[in-house]
Design a protein around this ligand. Structure first.
Ligand code: ADP
Length: 228
């Protein structure tokens, strides 16, 4: 049953991903056909190339994400684990991302000193960056983001909280699925892969991510993993 479910998820992913790739591909093909119909002024060629560049970037991003999902699934050597200084990693990601100040949102962080964890630095940075990007994206004007790193007796916790638009109860179950976007997401931004990537990264490290959210009040995403 477990295998069946895994295959089904895989099939669904392939089908959704192909669908997502088809749109930019069609735009590129249509643009080429139109532009090549007759000789055109240089300006039009330039515009056509810009359209093609934008669409290819989209495709390339999606292909990279697909590759990463596959690598995480198979625990490939691409993502080796070492002892990471989590205090330093979280501080540096937060310091950089606090500069974004989108919608005048301010980012604060409270990081326990001397926290280490056995894992992959690049993946952890990505997990945290994805959660923080979402907090900006679904945050409100003049809102706040709070990042916290702390440890329990045997486990590490990393949380990202916001006072943004929140997610309703029914959708909270679904947002970790690949390509799933809740009603609150404005179309055109993102692909619905950020949280599923964060979830896979958490699993890769033997951990989990949970969400608590109140529509209109905000959300908190918490990563938890046991120290080995
Ligand atoms: P997306 O590219 O759409 O942001 P994600 O996988 O990162 O994809 O998130 C899935 C969905 O979960 C989003 O479309 C959005 O509806 C919801 N979501 C994620 N983070 C938040 C948040 N901090 N506040 C409110 N909704 C969120």
């Amino acid at each position: 049953e477990k295998l069946d479910k895994a295959f089904e998820t895989e099939r669904q992913f392939t089908s959704d991903a192909s669908h997502e790739l088809r749109t930019p591909m069609s735009v590129i093909m249509a643009q080429c056909e139109y532009t090549l119909e007759e000789p055109r002024p240089a300006k039009e060629y330039e515009e056509a190339l810009r359209v093609i560049q934008r669409q290819s970037r989209k495709m390339s991003g999606l292909i990279n994400d697909m590759l990463d999902f596959a690598r995480l699934d198979t625990h490939s050597d691409r993502y080796g684990k070492v002892n990471i200084d989590m205090t330093e990693l979280v501080t540096s990601v937060c310091t950089d991302m606090a500069l974004i100040r989108e919608k005048e949102i301010s980012l604060q962080f409270e990081v326990e000193k001397g926290v280490g964890f056995y894992g992959n630095r690049e993946l952890f940075s990505r997990l945290l960056a994805n959660l923080i990007s979402n907090a900006y994206r679904y945050g409100r004007e003049n809102g706040h983001i709070w990042v916290r790193l702390w440890t329990g007796e045997k486990e590490l916790h990393l949380s990202v909280a916001d006072d943004g638009i929140g997610i309703n109860g029914e959708e909270q179950q679904k947002i970790f699925r690949r390509f799933y976007q809740a009603d609150n997401s404005r179309s055109g931004v993102g692909l619905g892969l950020g949280l599923s990537m964060a979830y896979e990264i958490a699993r890769f490290h033997g951990g989990d991510i949970s969400v608590e959210s109140v529509p209109g009040n905000g959300s908190i995403f918490t990563f938890t993993a046991t120290f080995l």
